[in-house]
Design a protein around this ligand. Structure first.
Ligand SMILES: Nc1ncnc2c1ncn2[C@@H]1O[C@H](COP(=O)(O)OP(=O)(O)O)[C@@H](O)[C@H]1O
Ligand SMILES: O=C(O)[C@@H](O)C(=O)COP(=O)(O)O
Length: 421
């Protein structure tokens, strides 16, 4: 294993896996820290954690455990993947995990770069944009668990880390690799070793990735991995043939616990023509809606693949959180989807589309899938994946990824249908 990655959620990890696989690396996504060694032909190993919104000390402990495992696999470079919308709170978990990983690796500098231009996330003057809006006006300010109310990454990160936060501006990034490296060096020497690097276009990310060839630790969104396969290829370290992947036709279901703007559009579009069951927090909390009932409903549907969703608008989410408590409600809904997935698979479902990072983590952990192999891209940042140990094809869709028809497209790709971007 050459590149060791730690993802703070499961959709984000598959997003990173997608970038590295497209770059020609043999990638495996592990669910949590594996108990034994990885397969010998894996070039990039991604340990997916559900650590984005757990208490910071737990996120640090889990991330260090993942790091130790990756070090044990012989990785020479490490990447901490978080969301391209920098999902975190003033307490963490991005900053505390960066501090701990740097310390364990003896790294005296790292970069922070959540840019992902293909999905509209760019960084300019230290500020994160989603399309033409500042992050804090993009809808992410309403996120149920990590409301992002400030787009200045330096200001948002500062209370999360014990180290100084630096910045390399776009004007420097445009000058290319040596200028970027010099600027990072200058920031580190000035006591600001955690360096936010601007990136607006894929070519910026490629330049940053190539410049980061000798950085022990990188942190960012999947975009920061764009240039990394080339670095390994230049040293003749990659196998010439990426591993093969095939889809499969079989009973399918869609589960959505994501309340992000794009997921809600996808849910609304899909429900226009296919069977859809809304899961309502009030009913779940009093046991009026159960996984058993939802699966019973799903199995009765003969006119299209069933969608089971709790996706709701920000006002409903807020009201439900006030009634039941944010974390308690999230935990109950995540367990609802995990149990629903277990029952669906037990009933023969072999294709599962899951929307939402936390929701996907709950589902994949609930199903006990230990590793995923990476298939074709369905939408930017969203690959088809396959469970390594059973006949189950999935996709784990990040909240704001995909277009309005994503669910339909995903079902086709999991079946093995060809899809152009
Ligand atoms: N109707 C709802 N009301 C309140 N919380 C919800 C509702 N539906 C889902 N949730 C919770 O909101 C969180 C959504 O996060 P996630 O699955 O990561 O989606 P995204 O990828 O869009 O961020 C989950 O913890 C989920 O259980
Ligand atoms: O970087 C990204 O935007 C995604 O890979 C990601 O992490 C999204 O997380 P969710 O929106 O919570 O699914």
């Amino acid at each position: 294993m050459l590149l060791g990655c730690i993802g703070d959620d499961f959709t984000g990890s598959s997003d990173l896996a997608n970038t590295l696989a497209k770059g020609g690396m043999r990638v495996t996504q592990y669910s949590g820290v594996p108990g034994g060694p990885g397969e010998p032909d894996v070039e990039a190993g991604i340990v997916a954690l559900k650590s984005r919104t757990i208490p910071p000390a737990e996120a640090v402990a889990l991330s260090l455990k993942a790091l130790d495992w990756l070090v044990g696999q012989g990785c020479r470079q490490f990447l901490f993947k978080y969301c391209s919308t920098f999902d975190s709170t003033p307490a963490g978990n991005i900053g505390p995990v960066i501090d701990a990983l740097m310390q364990r690796l003896g790294a005296d500098r790292t970069i922070v770069c959540p840019a992902f231009p293909a999905t509209g996330r760019s960084i300019y003057q230290g500020h994160l944009f989603v399309g033409d809006r500042l992050l804090s006006e993009s809808g992410m300010e309403h996120h149920p668990l990590t409301p992002m109310t400030d787009a200045d990454l330096r200001r948002w990160l500062a209370p999360q880390t014990k180290q100084g936060v630096g910045h390399v501006a776009a004007t420097t990034v445009f000058q290319g690799g040596p200028a970027i490296l010099d600027a990072i060096d200058g920031e580190a020497k000035a006591g600001r070793p955690v360096v936010v690097v601007d990136a607006i276009r894929d070519e910026d990310l490629l330049a940053i990735g190539h410049a980061a060839r000798d950085l022990r630790l990188l942190t960012g969104g999947s975009g920061i991995a764009l240039g990394l396969p080339d670095n390994f290829r230049a040293e003749n370290l990659l196998a010439s043939e990426p591993s093969a992947w095939t889809g499969s036709d079989g009973p399918a279901a869609i589960l959505s616990g994501s309340c992000s703007t794009m997921t809600r559009t996808q849910v609304a579009r899909y429900a226009e023509t296919a069977p859809a069951l809304e899961i309502v927090p009030d009913k779940v909390m009093v046991g009026e809606q159960s996984p058993d009932g939802a699966v019973g409903w799903a199995l009765e549907q003969t006119d299209g693949v069933p969608l089971i969703y709790s996706s709701a608008d920000p006002e409903s989410v807020k009201a439900a959180q006030q009634r039941f408590g944010r974390d308690q409600l999230a935990a109950r809904l995540e367990e609802f989807f995990a149990e629903t997935a277990r029952r669906l698979c037990a009933a023969g479902v072999t294709r599962l589309v899951v929307a939402g990072g936390e929701t996907s983590g709950a589902v994949v952990e609930g199903l006990g899938l230990s590793a995923l192999s990476i298939g074709p891209e369905i939408a930017p940042g969203v690959p088809a994946v396959k469970a390594s140990d059973r006949p189950l094809w999935l996709t784990l869709k990040s909240g704001n990824f995909g277009d309005a028809d994503f669910f339909q497209t995903a079902l086709g790709v999991l079946k093995g249908e060809h899809h152009d971007g």
